[in-house]
Design a protein around this ligand. Sequence first.
Ligand code: 26M
Length: 801
Amino acid sequence: MQQSDKVTMLKDSFLAELEGTFAVSLADATDLQRYQSLATVAKKLIASKWRLTKENYRDTGAKQVYYFSIEFLPGRYLRANLLNLGLLTEAEEVMQDLGVDFNALLEAEVDQGLGNGGLGRLASDFMDAMPSIELAGNGNGIRYRYGLFRQAFVNGYQVEYPDDWLKNDNIWEVRQDSEAQVVHYGGSVYMAETPDGLRPVYQGGVDVLAVPYDTGMSGANNDVVNTLRLWSAEVPEGVQVSVSERSVLESISGELYPDDSNEEGRRLRLRQEYFFSSAGVQNIIKHHLADGYSLHSLPFQVAIHINDTHPTVVIPEMMRILLDEHGLSWEEAWGITTRTVSYTNHTLLAEALERWSQGLFQAELPRLFQLIQEIDRRHRLAVASEHGEDFAWRTSPLQDGQVHMARLAAIGSHAINGVAPLHSELLKDKVLHDFYTLWPEKFSNKTNGITHRRYMHAANESLSALIDTKIGESWRSLPKDITKLNKFAKDEEFLSALQDVKHENKVRLAEWVKRNMGLELNTDAIFDVQIKRLHAYKRQLLHLLGILTDYLALKHDKNAYVAPRVHIFAAKAAPSYYYAKQIIKVINEVANMVNNDAAVNQKMQVVFIPNYGVSLAELIIPAADVSEQISTAGKEASGTSNMKLMANGALQLATMDGANIEIIRAAGEENAYAFGMDTDTVYSHYEKHDYSAQGIYDNNPVLHRVLDALIDGTIPNIEEEGRAVFDSLIRDNDEYFVLGDYASYVATQTRLGQDYQNKTAWTRKALANIAASGEFSADYTVAEYADEIWNIPHKALAQQE
Ligand code: 26M
């Protein structure tokens, strides 16, 4: 279609939808009605491609991957869908013609926040990447009635409100009653002779109906639309339950657990894990058989990928279905299961590794527990003779009254990967070392990726358009083509255009902050950004100590050299993570103090933007000059905000952790600010117990003064929290080596601040980052998964020479 035809088509269908659905004129329509009308137009365009894609997959018997994830974090869909349909600029034109505020229309869509952070957003980036490279990949997860809490600050403290994201219609989803599955919990089970042989007989327990809601996942500028299937819990028809029993059953998909770090081993969480795992596997096997295939061909037609250990129960669940419902032998069922399932690990933190009490597991999932006992027995038998009893215990799914999910996932899958090279190495060397000695061939690395379409093409249209004028548009579908930009490193006019775009994006963010927080930001200052979940290991505290260092220097001498900075934080803390919430309070009070102090606020400002989520990321990232990626080395599996910020021309201020290492390598060391201890040093301190926070405090007078500010009344209103932070650093010896990296951080910030003063040189570094960001496209990441783990074809992404 011609551009002008597309504009006419879009305008006509938009107006028709507005009148046909809401019976209003454009002038009288609310932003929400305008949004819903345009979204419906987009949805219908997607729907026809979706039907054809589904029919095509069924008719050709193409192998498909199902990405099982307890979280998806899509954010808003409309802008991304318009972009993928090739209609974003056309929609802008239509709205301009009609005098409609397009941004207000887009902002009327709620963010779908069905995830906590990195892991959930990665799943959604993959859902965008897979159809875009014509890869048959679907998502399988939970349709939480309430997503991640909405965060507000009251007196500087985090308070949490429910995220009632379904209160307006969800335009994008389709309920599929005919695909519902029954999921069984509890009761007891014994083996009995039946006409089909020895089979389990269930007594008691409860059935829950899993009802799927499907959303079409559009590919970029192609005809592929894959399916994201999210399951909702209901009471099965005809089952009589009391009101309170009903709410217990429906609570299985009631809300997202807001904790992404500490495993609490809660009963409802285990029910959630089994809920979408069981419904998904049952549904896949049902369709496989209905399409006329043998169970033995399952691994050739289906790949099941588990995003972290949360869906690990797919392994015993598949065994249950194959053994109990289809009468396969253990060996047959095990071969099919392990050849179908693959597993990604996302964490090295011991406290985040999932373990369930065996009592709780057995009570909730008695048949699965029996099957895990058998998996466990066979595993120990297989390894004990060669590797010894101790090794057998260390690697057993069942040990010390617990079910160890990472062990079960490692044993029951054919592939295990980490999400950045360092992380994957540490998995082999430490966390899963025993399994690596057993099966080295199972292990690989798949470095995370991001979708430039959302974070750059859609969120930073001016930058993307500017790039088009220099290197054409091939980089939009072949992201590595963006390296062509390097040719323009000496093009002063281009560098100055890049600067203008950055400034424009800073103004846009500043307007938002002014409107929503009443604070006027200095858009000529360095926008120094740290946006991610609040965790001790991510060290927002180190950033804060840097801020206090500047503050005290300026208070001492108002002419002290400090490059003007706006420090931008955005982060949610798990509601039960008390220490993280104390850090939020301290940052907010420091922000208050700094922003209201005329002696310093020309040189520095601090803003903590509440309720961080995907849409705020889209606003903040294009405006960033500096990307704070300052986790303790060896703790952050990969990080993905680092990649998004790089693509938008922010320079990394980073430790050698996670994917920071690859990012700095790709951009060039001279175009990034690396600092701090490396992983070996960190591990060595843990092993030798030779780290002394007190010693660092005693020997660094500047740091001494900064830490004292936490407890001596310098910062108002943080008596308790300042003390808690101080104690964690000094009395508890600073588990994450914040003080160990302090001097290096501050020195690096000083150098960075000086470098920023040369705008051209700085922008040249920004350009190097943008130009190196292509390799971090999720398009390549999912292609690697498809080639090396799933064995599924896709569009070639090779560069045209
Ligand atoms: C567990 C059980 C039940 C419900 C929720 C959870 C759970 C959810 C999310 C546990 C952990 C969760 O997230 C961990 C996470 O986000 N990890 C991050 O994954 C990113 C993508 O690979 C990496 O880039 C980050 O380094 C890593 O911290």
